[in-house]
Write a protein that binds this ligand. Structure first.
Ligand code: GTQ
Length: 373
């Protein structure tokens, strides 16, 4: 695999047009002795290049994974495993456990009455609830009850634990974290809570009640942290907002009717390293193709259809997870002529934007549609 990586580098970058004479080869050997090398042997500065992701498009079908995820209930406990999670591995990536780009994803499962101990780390996380009743997460003393298609943050540095009420049912949710990015930046700290649990010190769901009111912000609510104080975003108001917005707009030719989850104190992304959106594709809608930098992990919250990613068709239905790597052409199709479809998306756009690396272009040819090969 390392070879693949090297080959790939050569395709993207190309070698300079310098011939390997015995004199030069000896010179390269000499440089190696000093832990150095000649730039023109790894990167020419003649040909243009553009991002070529090592990650490949993948659909993780829930129908295929669900039974395996449930099987882990019999094999390990959250006490022993820390977190009972099956992670998603992008087949193009052998260097780290990534679903796409520098984003990690997993499916976590818990039985009623189980708890996963409180811990904290520099990586930031989100959870998107897939099935089950009675799940909750506690973040720095704020307890959040969680239902289907709810989305919850566990931002970097916050103590967080997960559990399912004894009166609930088996719960499965998607985890999404920036672990590969934070590890690549060599900035990850991790620690288990000394008491294995963090007491609940606020009224249940207080942050959603305080910050989740459309067009209103708490008068005494200064918030200076880098992440959204609205730690939980529920499905019902999200879907209602999308339906309202759909009445008022044609939407984007590339994304349909799309809304971003925001930090209500800044209108910026929910966390510094990861952003999230929910988009509605109207019945029969077929968007046009575009591509942009950044890595995108989609979760089908509602409906079914397909996406065309770099000239290949990928079918999806409710609960499937799929990815669009950086700079890949993509267009989405709602497969139903009568029902809308909704795609939740986790991405690293805040990183791309903060570092000045965001770039986007639309497909001009063929009315904006990719040929499927
Ligand atoms: O729930 O805190 O899938 O720390 C991976 C690492 C979940 C979590 C994961 C984690 C968590």
């Amino acid at each position: 695999m390392q070879n693949n990586h090297e080959n790939h580098r050569e395709d993207v970058v190309g070698r300079a047009n310098v011939e390997d004479t015995p004199e030069l080869l000896a010179y390269y050997d000499d440089l190696r002795q000093h832990e150095a090398g000649a730039l023109w042997t790894v990167a020419n500065k003649i040909e243009p290049w553009e991002p070529k992701s090592e990650s490949v498009p993948v659909v993780w079908r829930y129908q295929d994974l669900r039974a395996s995820v449930l099987r882990s209930l019999e094999l390990v406990t959250p006490e022993k495993a820390g977190r009972r999670v099956i992670y998603m591995n992008n087949p193009g990536r052998q260097d780290v456990h990534a679903a796409v780009g520098w984003i990690y994803a997993g499916l976590q499962v818990m039985n009623p009455g189980e708890t996963a101990a409180a811990h904290r780390h520099s990586a930031s996380a989100i959870r998107f609830i897939m099935e089950g009743e009675g799940a909750y997460t506690v973040v720095d003393g704020h307890k959040m009850t969680l239902g289907r298609n709810d989305f919850v943050l566990t931002p970097n540095g916050t103590w967080h634990e997960h559990a399912v009420d004894a009166s609930g049912t088996t719960c499965i949710w998607q985890d999404g974290l920036d672990i590969p990015l934070v590890n690549a930046l060599e900035a990850n700290f991790f620690e288990v809570h000394p008491d294995l649990s963090e007491p609940v010190t606020y009224p249940v769901d207080d942050m959603t009640s305080t910050w989740g009111n459309p067009g209103l912000t708490p008068a005494s609510g200064a918030w200076t942290k880098g992440y959204s104080p609205m730690l939980k975003y529920e499905w019902e108001p999200t879907y209602e907002a999308l339906c309202n917005y759909a009445d008022a707009t044609d939407g984007s030719p590339y994304d349909g009717v799309m809304m971003e989850y925001v930090n209500p104190s800044s209108n910026g992304p929910v966390m510094q390293t990861m952003g999230a959106s929910m988009q509605l594709l109207r019945a029969g809608e077929h968007t046009q193709s575009h591509r942009h930098t950044g890595s995108f992990l989609y979760h089908v919250a509602k409906g079914s259809g397909y996406s065309i990613i770099n000239n290949k068709r990928y079918d999806w239905s409710e609960r499937d997870i799929f990815c669009v790597p950086s700079w890949a052409w993509h267009e989405h199709v709602n497969g139903s002529a009568t029902q809308d479809a909704c795609l939740f998306c986790l991405n690293d756009l805040p990183v791309m934007r903060a570092l000045g690396l965001y770039k986007e272009e639309g497909l001009a040819d063929n009315n904006g549609h990719q040929p499927v090969t």
